[in-house]
Design a protein around this ligand. Structure first.
Ligand code: ADP
Length: 469
């Protein structure tokens, strides 16, 4: 019992705060959306009534309805400025909606009942049909606010009953008369309208509940992501520091700084150093990823010579290429091609592309790095004759922790993060990264940047526009 009342309290609380704002906004948005549809039906009904019935009362009612429409419009503008925070404003808007509804429903009802009064024979098909349409319209589009809907429907119900009783009281007919048949039909239609309005309301209510659930779920997911990100950052930092000292010590041992290393120990120390490097790479990638996701990775943009970038990247991988017996050739950009970029971040991207090209190439293979102008763009491509990438693997290649090749063909390990990080770095440069590849034939990864014009590229100072962190 207690739980149930708590539930209703919570529900009422929510209804009054979050719900009210949403409902008012939905109500006004829909009212504005349907304005021309409503105007067309009012106008058509008024024309019909003016032609067949009393034009003066018809136009008087029509003008009042049109006025309530104008009031609705001004209310819509007024409530747009409401940020939903001040409940007093919300109450004021609600009161004005209720007042507008009462005036509009009353004038529509007076207009319709007036037609019925003027009909002295043959039933009241026209006014009843008008009333039925108006009620259905309200049920379909006013279910956001049950109070407002009930207000409008109650006024229409009174109009229905007035029409129902009009001929019964006017002619006092026997029960077998058609007048009573019309009376009972009206009662049946009333019941029908109440029934479907309840259904529309329940459906709208369910939609709101679902929206609330989705919002809560979204907030929970955001909080979990935040925690994950913090956790990753802390763990990575805590691992990176001791690992650096372990790697340093291994290096000292390896280079004989602490004395001659016994032959038996050398392979073990080699394995430790290699795995230490893999671990360090993984941690660096994780730290980079976390920084990018948190929007904390800083970029210092400067005009960069693409040929310098390519040459330095190729030089830095020479040792690795020699070890694998792979020849790396460069085809420089013929002009002094310049782009705006963060040199060290782009070096990271180039190193990633080059080391991938090397590690997925066969021994004695060739890797070619080319820089070229393509209209207003500059393309840097890294081409290899390696194992290639299967079709439809683009999402995985640029995804996180994704490795497309099977582990048995893998010469060197990897984190599966390099290209994901590269893509995000490239995107921060307003550039694009992509590849073409054929299994067993090779791959070409390419990045395309906007080219800096000569005038823009002349100055190597950081211009205020260029320095974007
Ligand atoms: P990894 O650290 O595994 O190299 P990347 O994000 O750099 O991670 O690359 C993702 C995957 O894309 C690689 O594991 C590999 O399967 C595929 N790949 C990337 N570059 C090449 C290439 N040049 N040739 C063949 N496969 C490649």
């Amino acid at each position: 019992m207690k739980n149930q009342s708590l539930f209703w309290e919570a529900r009422a609380d929510w209804f009054n705060s979050v719900g009210r704002e949403q409902r008012i906004r939905d109500y006004i948005a829909l009212a504005n959306q349907l304005i021309w549809q409503r105007q067309a039906s009012f106008f058509a009904a008024a024309m019909l009534a003016a032609f067949y019935f009393n034009p003066i009362t018809t136009f008087a009612c029509y003008i009042v309805v049109a006025l309530t429409e104008l009031l609705d419009q001004s209310l819509g503008r007024h409530s747009k400025a409401w940020d939903g925070k001040d409940p007093a404003i919300g109450k004021k808007i609600l009161k004005r909606i209720a007042l507008n509804t009462a005036v509009s429903a009353l004038s529509i009802s007076v207009f319709i009942v007036n037609i019925a009064i003027q009909q002295t024979s043959g039933g009241h098909f026209t006014p009843l049909f008008f009333l039925f349409s108006a009620s259905l319209f309200a049920v379909m589009y006013n279910s956001q606010m049950i109070g407002i809907l009930l207000l409008r429907l109650s006024i229409y119900a009174l109009a229905f009953l007035s029409i129902a009783f009009l001929d019964v009281l006017r002619y006092l007919p026997p029960l077998s008369s058609n007048i009573w048949l019309e009376f009972f039909t009206i009662i049946f239609v009333l019941y029908f309208i109440i029934d479907i309005s309840a259904k529309f309301y329940v459906r709208y209510q369910e939609r709101l509940d679902q929206m609330k659930l989705i919002k809560e779920e979204n907030e929970r997911t955001k909080a979990a992501l935040e925690v994950k990100s913090q956790f990753l950052a802390t763990v990575s930092h805590e691992l990176r520091t001791p690992l650096t000292s372990i790697m340093g010590s291994l290096e000292l041992v390896n280079h004989g700084a602490l004395g001659e290393v016994p032959e038996k120990l050398k392979p073990v120390i080699g394995i430790a150093a290699k795995n230490g490097k893999r671990l360090a790479d993984l941690i660096d990638d994780l730290l980079d990823l976390q920084k990018i996701e948190a929007g904390e990775m800083e970029f210092h943009f400067k005009p960069i010579s693409v040929n310098d970038l390519v040459n330095e990247a190729v030089e830095s991988t020479t040792g690795y290429a020699d070890k694998l017996g792979i020849q790396v050739t460069t085809v420089p950009c013929l002009h002094d091609c310049r782009i705006l970029g963060d040199y060290s971040r782009l070096m990271q991207v180039m190193n990633n592309l080059l080391s991938n090209a090397l590690k997925f190439s066969d021994e004695d293979g060739v890797v070619e790095v080319r820089a070229e102008i393509l209209g207003a763009r500059i393309r840097i491509s890294v081409h290899d004759e390696g194992i290639g990438i299967p079709k439809d693997a683009k999402d995985r290649v640029f995804g996180k922790f994704a490795q497309v090749d099977s582990s048995d063909v893998r010469k060197v390990g990897g984190t599966g993060l390099g290209l994901n990080i590269s893509k995000q770095i490239v995107q921060r440069h307003n550039a694009t990264i992509d590849y073409v590849s054929e299994l067993g034939v090779g791959s070409t990864f390419y990045i395309e940047f906007d080219r800096l014009s000569d005038a823009e590229g002349e100055s190597t100072d950081i211009s205020p526009v260029a320095e974007v962190a």
